[in-house]
Ligand binder design. Structure first.
Ligand SMILES: Nc1ncnc2c1ncn2[C@@H]1O[C@H](COP(=O)(O)OP(=O)(O)O)[C@@H](O)[C@H]1O
Ligand SMILES: [Mg+2]
Length: 235
């Protein structure tokens, strides 16, 4: 692999003596869409928190495009090109869709707010307060906000949570398309296996805070350890 877009080395995090993340290594290539899967409590959100600096890693290193960003605060990591969206929607309900995007654009190094509005199909509802739009549109707005500034690396924690099957697949297609067009590297935590296996180039499986497996969707789907720890026989 040439220089990974993002790399984590020996990432660990404990909560009151409990090892939520235990020595996880991760290398994601530029432009890759990487799925992060695993049972509830496996450490997926903790991994996102440690990469973005929301939670400190005990030892361990985070590199963004080869640069060690371990000592940077979350805002500085964001300015360096690392964006994230959260498991729960992060939207200010009083502002209109357009106001939120424009506000985010003004704060970003590259103001591509208008482009994001159009690319995510939000231009038609730009005038509407976020409180009045559908849940599906709100999740699309979450994704849009994370894409403002064209991050190098985008971390998404269950962007399709609560969406219908059709909405999830539409969002997955959109995400794949934008990642390709804008050369964004994506780390995607997602429970919907149809979404994960449909759009990810590679998949990382966490279990009990550790790396259980990593590989292509085909490798992961047929990995006996992954099947017994997570996918079950239904996969
Ligand atoms: N802020 C926290 N305080 C205490 N325990 C936490 C905290 N965040 C996560 N944990 C624990 O760490 C483990 C991993 O959590 P998490 O990373 O949220 O898992 P996942 O996202 O894979 O469901 C869980 O057992 C969870 O209870
Ligand atoms: Mg989680």
């Amino acid at each position: 692999m040439t220089l990974p877009a993002i790399e984590g080395r020996a990432l660990s995090r404990t909560y009151g003596g409990f090892r939520a993340l235990d020595g996880v290594d991760l290398k994601v290539a530029r432009g890759e869409v990487r799925g992060i899967i695993g049972p509830n409590g496996a450490g997926k959100s903790t991994l996102m928190d440690v990469l973005t600096g929301r939670a400190a890693t005990r030892g361990g290193t985070v590199l963004l495009g080869g640069r060690d960003i371990s000592a940077l605060a979350p805002r500085a990591r964001q300015r360096a090109g690392l964006a994230r969206s959260f498991q729960k929607t992060n939207v200010f309900l009083d502002l209109t869709v357009g106001e939120q995007i424009r506000l985010a654009g003004r704060c970003a190094t590259l103001d591509n707010g208008e482009e994001v509005l159009v690319a995510l199909g939000l231009a038609e509802i730009a005038h509407r307060p976020a409180a009045d739009i559908s849940y599906g549109d709100r999740r699309r707005l979450d994704l849009a906000l994370a894409l403002v500034g064209r991050p190098q690396v985008l971390l998404l924690d269950e962007p399709a949570a609560g969406l219908t099957v059709e909405e999830s697949l539409a969002m997955a297609d959109l995400l794949k398309d934008l990642a390709r067009r804008w050369h964004v590297t994506v780390l995607l935590v997602e429970h919907d296996m149809e979404v994960v296996f449909g759009i990810c180039d590679r998949i990382t499986v966490l279990h009990l805070g550790r790396l259980l497996a990593e590989g292509t969707p085909a490798e992961i789907r047929s990995d006996p350890r992954v099947i017994s720890a997570y996918l079950g026989t239904a996969a």
